[in-house]
Design a protein around this ligand. Structure first.
Ligand code: GUN
Length: 283
């Protein structure tokens, strides 16, 4: 059996189309959704990411402003800038690109963003809201993974789901979202004794470790859905995920490719969250 691909590019395109339509409707009511992106320092990968975020926003009719600050920016100045954006009613979403220079406390910075504008979903209030099932912003990457499962009409109720990785921005919120859909969820991590014993039972596996070949074909139950959050490079410098794609696709029922899987969905969900923030603010 060869797995069916879940095409993140195609799904993200559909979602961007929906965002564009809802943005038009909001604009007709006199509201221009706006995302403020703050970049501190010169991290090369971050520069590329924020450029994409601005381009995606503009393509869907959202306004995005990119503020570049020098790596020497003081924490007090950054927090003051965030507070000013919190108070600005024309700004609906605030995103501080990570990683931050070492002298800045990322935790403190994120907690300064108003939860109503936390479109990354990284604030403790956002994490708490997800945990207890209250409205709030969900982190874009696991949210995108959930949308990919929805796109194939997958009913998670009563299914065994295994999440590999326990980060605050992917693994933990992913587990909560799957639990919210009534899956039986196991979270595996670097101290898990026998990863394969867990993954072999899984109807759904989400691999979010950031290491090549974390999930190989012998670890996958035939027909399982495999979602690959990883973004790595192989020896040849080619982009690859956490899953041994070519072999796992012979066992799995569904699989997401890298590139063209979760990545474009993460970007699309940031637009959804920003639009949602503007819609909530507009009432
Ligand atoms: N750096 C890498 N990915 C992200 C993200 O999703 N949000 C923010 N703020 N920074 C990042």
């Amino acid at each position: 059996m060869t797995a069916q691909l879940i095409d993140g590019n195609a799904l993200a395109r559909t979602i961007r189309g929906e965002v564009a339509g809802r943005t038009e409707a909001l604009k007709a009511r006199g509201v221009q959704p706006q995302l403020a992106i703050l970049l501190v320092g010169e991290d090369p990968a971050s520069q590329v990411y924020v450029k994409h975020k601005v381009a995606d926003s503009e393509q869907t009719g959202l306004k995005a402003t990119l503020e570049r600050h020098p790596a020497t920016l003081s924490e007090a100045d950054l927090l003051a800038r965030i507070r000013a954006l919190n108070a600005d009613p024309s700004v609906h979403g605030i995103l501080v690109q990570l990683p931050l220079p070492r002298h800045l406390d990322a935790h403190k910075v994120i907690e300064t963003i108003s939860p109503a504008k936390d479109v990354d979903g990284f604030h403790v209030a956002s994490a708490g809201a997800l945990m207890v099932g209250q409205p709030g912003f969900w982190p874009c990457t696991p949210y995108g993974c959930l949308k990919m499962l929805d796109s194939i009409g997958y009913d998670l109720r009563g299914k065994e789901a295994v999440v590999i990785g326990r980060s605050n921005i992917v693994g933990k919120p992913m587990a909560m979202m799957l639990l919210g859909r009534n899956a039986t969820v196991t979270v595996c991590h670097s101290a898990t004794a026998d990863l394969k014993s867990h993954t072999l039972r899984a109807d759904v596996v989400v691999a979010a470790v950031g290491k090549r070949n974390v999930l190989t074909a012998d670890m996958v139950k035939p027909g399982a859905v495999v979602i690959d959050v990883g973004m790595n490079r192989d020896e040849a410098g080619k982009l690859c995920g956490d899953v041994d794609f070519e072999r796992v696709r012979e066992v799995a029922g569904w699989i997401t490719p890298v590139p063209g899987g979760v990545g474009p969905m993460t970007r699309a969900m940031l637009l959804v969250n920003t639009l949602e923030a503007a819609e909530r603010a507009a009432g």
